[in-house]
Design a protein. Structure first.
Length: 255
């Protein structure tokens, strides 16, 4: 009888302890780690303007002339630079990267970057062939013996061009835009210390630094091309600048 009472007392004590312990069931989704999409890469355009020529063929109506001049460009050729609506973007980089969509494979494209200094001083020039349709990127080499630097507070004009009519540069198919390098404010410098590339992309976007925003996201997309939330951030960024027509195009080549 005493043994029965002893065991019953132990059972009651164990039950009391169990009732006081917290539940260890799996946490609900509301307490999970936020996905990248919730971080919002919201680009805030700076208060600057530039002449508009980011739409391909804006002044000629097509890649080839309507007369009988020889033309090596397909009529539906399209080159769309990834640039803000205002046609000028800021950068903090001495060697920024430029992005553009090219619609046709085997297209020979010439890229030129020159200073708006009254002389058109050439900073960088290169020619490349696009293997397949998609978004290509051109990075300015780091400063060296034969390479000029991108100076702070100096505006530069760049262009992507295709020679459609041999011997007649006036018939080239081209788009152009502008870039200006600035010094970051202290608050932005502090934000960019963060090792998380998404946090840096958010900081760039918030401060209107276009080229660094899109270059950071592009680098992340190349590393994890199947990341749906990252793809959504990229799409949202391009759509915000009315570039939805190329928002779903792949990153194909780097030059």
């Amino acid at each position: 009888m005493k043994r029965f009472i002893y065991l019953a007392a132990i059972a009651i004590a164990v039950l009391a302890i169990a009732l006081t312990l917290p539940s260890f069931s799996a946490p609900t989704a509301t307490h999970g780690t936020p996905i990248l999409l919730s971080q919002n890469v919201n680009f805030k355009p700076p208060d600057v303007t530039a002449p508009d020529n980011r739409i391909p063929g804006a002044h000629r109506g097509g890649a080839c002339p309507k007369d009988s001049s020889p033309c090596v460009c397909p009529n539906d050729l399209s080159i769309i630079p990834l640039i803000p609506e205002i046609n000028v973007g800021l950068t903090l980089a001495e060697s920024p990267t430029f992005f553009s969509y090219v619609s046709h494979p085997s297209t020979q494209v010439e890229f030129i970057l020159q200073a708006e200094d009254g002389k058109g001083t050439e900073v960088y020039k290169t020619t490349f062939k696009v293997d397949k349709p998609g978004i290509v990127e051109v990075s300015i080499p780091e400063k060296g013996d034969r390479q000029k630097s991108i100076e702070v507070n100096q505006r530069y004009q760049w262009s992507f061009a295709v020679a459609c009519n041999p011997g007649d540069a006036s018939g080239n198919y081209f788009v152009q835009g502008f870039v200006e390098r600035i010094e970051p404010q202290e608050t932005l410098k502090n934000d960019l210390v963060n090792p998380d590339p998404m946090a840096r992309a958010i900081a760039y976007a918030k401060n209107g630094i276009w080229y660094d925003t899109i270059a950071t996201l592009a680098k992340m997309r190349r590393r994890t091309p199947d990341d749906a939330s990252l793809t959504a951030e990229w799409t949202q960024l391009l759509q915000s600048q009315k570039l939805e027509s190329v928002a779903d195009q792949p990153l194909v080549q780097s030059f």
